[in-house]
Ligand binder design. Structure first.
Ligand code: ADP
Ligand code: MG
Length: 578
């Protein structure tokens, strides 16, 4: 997180420097009205002689006020843009990180939590940056420039006039702690009360049945009273802080008027200096009253920073998402040797001593009971979870020796969960890659027996799916996903339970096209239907994480095991349907 923030800060460093310069200039020009007013007052004692000088000062006043206004608009806009860049870059970095986090780590993060990192935490960081660049820099320069200008009039007067501000700053920091504590308490009591209301409405029948209304009401009144008290203490501390600021400035003005007028009487300073001095004190009013909000922004951003840091610390997979060139073609069959597996943090064995040999260009059919570990095995072939060395090989290469993104690029994995993005059919097939022409995409939909339905849609492959587009049926969704297999040129294709929502006729035509597609490729077809796997070169039967049968369709039928049981069940179902 620190590295990422530094990287972004380096990127926006020029803007930050510009903002600091503009704010400094702005504060410098803000001292002009008081300065000029003082000068004019001093010139008034001889108005006829000094008329033209006074007019000059008025002209300077107008020009500097205009410059000050322009500077203010410029730095405000720059602060907004710069913090938006920070926000955008942080979101980019976070999303990029999410895509790379190991599945084992990301599984533990809830969906709502992910959104709050993007929406709340990043905007807290931006909020602090905004406050620091706008209010923080102004506080700094008001203290430097205004103090310096005041000191030029009279050092002792400056020290005495600013003393209350320093004391008040200290008081505010102390009061702020109490305010924060009571704010936290009030939030806790509010949640407590809301939960109680929720619970009571859920349990209203029981309450009525047992005549518990009076008790419920008593409890509510008690909780509500506690909430009221904590809210009052929040209001009290807020009022105390704003009162402290006002009293502080009362003292500042009081000291300046008493001490300053004496200095005027003793001819140490002029009346003009005295008036200008009071004007400079005004410049401190804003910065001092901003202090509480800067402190609380800082606290909130600190919490968000640590939350984000925890996410950024989650380990990433070792993959380079951008290397499109130099993709090495992976060739050869797949062999799995005595592979056992349980999901990290889970003691149940999902795969138990699995060994499979698929020669290059062959098709393997996998059939088995639900939850027997078929998808898990595919997840391991794609290295979505870590596996030990010497367990899975492609060609003669250990899977762990193949560069991760290259491995995944070389395998077309058609998944069983046909999640689609709410965008066009085209983007869902290509997964946003632009290396395919429209005619190639249309051809892939022809092969997946989807083209006639797409042709009936007004915008063809540009039809939008999902929220504001059309809704597809389960079978149509599966065919969008299957089209990807026909588009990709990978040598290894895996279909994981992707035909379940298709009708018999579509499935038959599709299987014919798939057979053609995988003629020279290594292919795995996982299905619960005998008809999908029966033509495979080899079929394995999974049950409870183990391979319990292996062979061809014919040899397995002769075995009279689970496979032939499936076959008989499915054949009788078909007869029933006919
Ligand atoms: N991410 C996971 N974490 C823990 N257990 C899982 C995970 N995914 C699947 N499982 C468990 O692993 C077993 C095998 O699941 P899976 O490989 O999806 O079966 P199949 O594809 O054969 O239906 C099931 O008991 C399932 O509950
Ligand atoms: Mg599965």
């Amino acid at each position: 997180m620190k590295k990422i923030l530094l990287k972004i800060l380096r990127k926006i460093s020029l803007q930050i420097v510009l903002i600091v310069i503009f704010v400094a200039l702005n504060v410098y020009f803000l001292t002009f009205p008081s300065k000029i007013l003082g000068k004019i007052i001093d010139l008034l004692n001889n108005i006829t002689q000094n008329k033209s000088i006074i007019y000059n000062y008025i002209f300077i006043l107008i020009v500097t006020t205009l410059i000050s206004l322009i500077l203010r608009v410029t730095w405000k806009f720059l602060v907004a843009c710069t913090t938006r860049i920070l926000e955008k870059d942080l979101k980019d970095e976070l999303f990029n990180h999410f895509l790379k986090i190991k599945l084992t780590s990301i599984q533990n993060i809830k969906n709502g939590e992910i959104m709050s990192y993007f929406v709340k935490d990043i905007s807290e960081i931006r909020g602090l940056m905004y406050k620091l660049l706008s209010a923080g820099t102004r506080i700094l320069f008001v203290f430097i420039i205004a103090t310096y200008t005041m000191k030029n009039i009279n050092t002792n007067l400056t020290i005495s006039a600013l003393c209350p501000i320093i004391i008040t700053t200290y008081i505010i920091i102390i009061l702020k702690k109490y305010l924060e504590n009571s704010f936290k308490k009030s939030q806790k009591y509010f949640t407590n009360l809301s939960e109680y209301v929720q619970e009571s409405t859920d349990a209203i029948r029981t309450t009525k049945a047992y005549s518990g209304e009076t008790n419920q009401l008593k409890k509510f009144i008690k909780k509500n009273k506690i909430l009221k008290m904590s809210n009052i203490s929040v209001d009290l501390y807020s009022t105390l802080i704003s009162t402290a600021v006002n009293i502080c400035f009362g003292f500042c003005y009081g000291i300046t008027i008493i001490y300053g007028s004496n200095l005027v009487l003793d001819n140490f300073i002029t009346i003009g200096d005295f008036v200008a001095f009071i004007g400079y004190i005004d410049l401190f009013y804003g910065p001092v009253s901003w202090l509480p909000s800067i402190i609380s922004k800082f606290k909130r951003a600190q919490i968000s920073y640590y939350r984000l840091e925890n996410v950024f610390n989650l380990e990433e997979e070792n993959l380079e998402l951008d290397i499109d060139e130099n993709t090495e073609k992976i060739i050869g069959g797949i062999s799995v040797k005595n592979l056992s597996f349980n999901y990290p943090g889970n003691i149940d064995r999902v795969l138990d001593n699995i060994s499979i040999e698929i020669k290059e260009g062959e098709t393997l059919g996998i059939i088995g009971t639900i939850g027997s570990g078929k998808t898990t095995l595919m997840n391991l072939i794609l290295r979505l979870y870590p596996i030990p060395n010497g367990k899975i090989f492609i060609g003669n290469k250990d899977l762990n020796e193949i560069e991760l993104s290259n491995l995944r690029k070389n395998i077309s994995y058609i998944t069983q969960d046909n999640f689609l993005f709410s965008t066009t059919i085209k983007d869902n097939i290509t997964l946003f890659k632009d290396e395919f022409s429209d005619s190639e995409i249309i051809e892939s939909t022809e092969k997946s027996i989807f083209s006639s339905e797409i042709n009936n849609m007004k915008n063809g492959i540009y039809t939008i799916i999902g929220e504001r587009g059309i809704d597809l049926s389960g079978g149509q969704k599966q065919r969008v996903v299957i089209s990807r297999a026909f588009l990709n040129r990978s040598n290894i294709i895996i279909f994981d339970d992707t035909f379940s929502a298709l009708d018999n006729k579509t499935e038959k035509s599709l299987l014919k096209n798939i057979k053609e597609l995988v003629k020279e490729k290594t292919c795995i077809i996982i299905s619960n239907r005998i008809s999908d796997v029966k033509d495979a070169d080899k079929i394995v039967v999974f049950d409870n994480g183990k391979i319990i049968e292996e062979g061809t369709h014919e040899s397995l039928l002769k075995n009279n095991g689970l496979y032939s049981k499936f076959y008989l069940e499915q054949a009788s179902m078909k007869e029933e349907l006919l």
